[in-house]
Design a protein around this ligand. Sequence first.
Ligand SMILES: Cc1cc2nc3c(=O)[nH]c(=O)nc-3n(C[C@H](O)[C@H](O)[C@H](O)COP(=O)(O)OP(=O)(O)OC[C@H]3O[C@@H](n4cnc5c(N)ncnc54)[C@H](O)[C@@H]3O)c2cc1C
Length: 452
Amino acid sequence: MNSETLEASLRQVVGGSNVIAGPQDGPALVVRPGTTEAVAECLKLFHEHQAPVVTLGGLTGLVHGTHTPSHYFGISTERLNKIESFDPSTRLLVVGAGTKLEAVHDFAAEHELRYGVDLGARGSCTIGGNIATNAGGNSVIRFGMTRSNVVGLEVVLSDGSILTDLRGLPKNNAGYDLKQMFIGSEGTLGVVTKALLKLGPRPAGTASVLLALNHLNSALTVMEALERGCGHSLLALEIMWNRYFEKVSTALSEETPPLPSGHPVYLLAQVEGMDSGEQAVDSLVGALEGIDDIIDSALATTPVQESRLWSIRDGSDVIERAHKHVLSFDVSMRPHNYAAYIADVEARLKARISDAVAYYFGHLADGNIHFMIGHDGSSSDATRIIEECVYDALAYYEPSSISAEHGIGREKAAHLWRSRSTVEIAAMNRIRVALDPAGILNPHISYEPRIF
Ligand SMILES: Cc1cc2nc3c(=O)[nH]c(=O)nc-3n(C[C@H](O)[C@H](O)[C@H](O)COP(=O)(O)OP(=O)(O)OC[C@H]3O[C@@H](n4cnc5c(N)ncnc54)[C@H](O)[C@@H]3O)c2cc1C
């Protein structure tokens, strides 16, 4: 690879001002193409020069997917940020991959509609990044993950060819549904340049409730009651264990937290009313009536009240600041295994790294626990030991996954074998080689089988 020639050619394609310095922990040089055709020209050049390249969206990914050695080149989707077209009759929206998730929400709201994917990083993350990671978020229980909300894609392949399926047909079994292969592929199979998103009707109002419970089994009882009583109007059902709730709720504001801490488990549920906000409240209150396991509750019926409750669930950055080192995890398993798994992790941590403190929270109904483990020691082995405590325990609660929704990235590549069989990993690598024979797309994200 002659990087000077390559750099000069890239400047010709995107213009000198769109070749910029890369982010910390990433490629030294980044190009910012403004059209799909320019992305294709850049990829042709990278392909020709066998240069490793990483796609950069909003850089909010939690598994170091954009952290590369500095000799990589970056393709930023920053300028591919246009709302391209909208068809009100089908409610299908075409956006550039660099469009922020929040911009899609704003557009939908202006048209009295909504987009089903929502997550805490909405102001910074891009639709392309959501697609590359198949992002989940708070409303998976209602709308599924990103793949359920994307009905078409435009992707530039590693050799610069442009694969387009923006037809948006609800049914199309004429051959493989190729878009599904790119969703969740973390930039290893192509660069997503446009997406066709499905918008839906906007509810007239929502209501949320925060519940304090004595036991995890009570959370499962409440989950069943809400699913039965609220049906499709249940938008979110999140869980926080006391250590997380206490730390975040007391740090967030000067006001008294909506519920006192100290109870073992807290649930945060949100319900929608298509016709009115009262409908949401009635549905929520009706579903919870007569459940003895609820120790305390705080109902939120206005957007301000709701955002106060949700700021606790979305306030994990409080934990980031509370310790010198913090590791984040995103595992999935059957919810009835949560209690035993957490007890197992706690015991392992206590035995091996005494100053570690784990804060548990997550998406209850999706079987997805996020947790953060903080420690203040200086052992260079701490990361390895903590990962072993978390992942070795996971093996006893199958079916389980080391990554429910954040992906593999650079951080979890070495643990992929824990959740995927040798045959699955080999198939992933064969697809990769077929679409990217030169191995230039995000090669730092490696799908490695277990090496004995
Ligand atoms: C506060 C906070 C809350 C979060 N909550 C959630 C949550 O609830 N659920 C969840 O799933 N995630 C969550 N995340 C993680 C993160 O926001 C998502 O993974 C998001 O989808 C990444 O989008 P991005 O644009 O920032 O991508 P980046 O971080 O820039 O990139 C992520 C990966 O996608 C690749 N990529 C990016 N754009 C493209 C493209 N156009 N084509 C091909 N590959 C591409 C990159 O190479 C990289 O491997 C959260 C993050 C934060 C900081």
